[in-house]
Every structure is written in structure tokens, then in C-alpha cells.
Write a protein that binds this ligand. Structure first.
Ligand SMILES: [Zn+2]
Length: 153
């Protein structure tokens, strides 16, 4: 019975590491993995899936038991965390803002991107769980990018 996988193989350990780079990834809802995969969804199992945000690791999602990994080529979207330096990387998937948009806004001393995202959230127009590969709101990433990027003079 090698390879047998229980239908209820749920791992609740907080420290489930990515089998590719050995670092702990973030738990994601299976709904997010379903929305992102560019594969027949019958590859999915009744287990926990995790997101590996490490830009140097090719694995985006992995099963908590380490038996499955999905790379960017298996997905319908490019993943911001894997290309954080590229201007054309989407950072806000719901309202389609790129890294370049955020930097331009910041360099102009404006706050249009963040206020547009805030407004969209208030209007109930965001769908981070099915649009953003990380399965959660992009706002933390956008704020971090605004903060860390050095202001060009
Ligand atoms: Zn990884």
C-alpha cells in the first residue's frame, strides 16, 4: 500500500516546511489553489496546502505532507513573491496594480494605489482568496513595497 493517501490527511502542524527549500510556508485555503491551478483539479487531495513566498524557491504551493508541489508554470497567474523586483509583476490582483504602478505612485508623492485598493475593499469588490496567489489581501505587500523602496531623487 505504498502511496496510499487518506481522504482526511489533515495536518495542523504550524511548522510545515516547503519540500523544495525547507522553509515554513503560509497556510492557504484550498479555494485559492483551485482558483490558481492551470491543471485539472482532480490532482487536488483532501489535505492542507501551503504557499511558499520565497522568491528563490520555484515552488508556489505544496501539500502539507510534502508529496505534491506546484510551480508557477502550473498556475494561471504569475506570482508577485517570485518576481518582487519586476515592474510588470502584479502586486494587487483584484484591481490590477503592478509593482511599477506602486513605485510610480510613491515617487510622485501620491497615494492613489492604496486609496483605490481601500475603496475597492469598502465596496466589496475585492476577491483576494481567488485572485491573489497568496490567498489574502495584497495591502500588506503594497504598504511594505512603498516603505522599503528607496525614494529616487
Ligand atoms: Zn519553497
Amino acid at each position: 500500500m505504498t502511496g496510499f493517501i487518506s481522504a482526511f490527511d489533515v495536518t495542523n502542524s504550524a511548522s510545515v516546511v516547503c519540500p523544495t527549500n525547507g522553509k515554513v510556508g503560509r497556510r492557504v485555503d484550498t479555494q485559492t489553489v483551485k482558483a490558481m491551478l492551470n491543471l485539472p483539479l482532480n490532482v487536488l487531495r483532501n489535505t492542507e496546502y501551503r504557499f511558499c513566498p520565497d522568491p528563490t524557491c520555484p515552488t508556489v504551493y505544496y501539500s502539507a505532507d510534502g508529496l505534491q508541489t506546484f510551480a508557477e508554470a502550473d498556475l494561471r497567474e504569475r506570482v508577485y513573491q517570485k518576481h518582487p523586483q519586476e515592474d510588470n509583476s502584479l502586486i494587487c490582483y483584484c484591481f490590477r496594480h503592478t509593482v511599477g504602478d506602486v513605485l510610480k505612485d510613491r515617487n510622485a508623492g501620491e497615494n492613489k494605489v492604496i486609496s483605490e485598493i481601500d475603496q475597492g475593499i469598502k465596496n466589496g469588490q475585492c476577491a483576494c482568496d481567488i485572485r491573489n496567489p497568496q490567498g489574502s489581501c495584497c495591502l500588506g505587500n503594497v504598504r511594505a513595497l512603498v516603505k522599503t523602496a528607496a525614494v529616487k531623487s
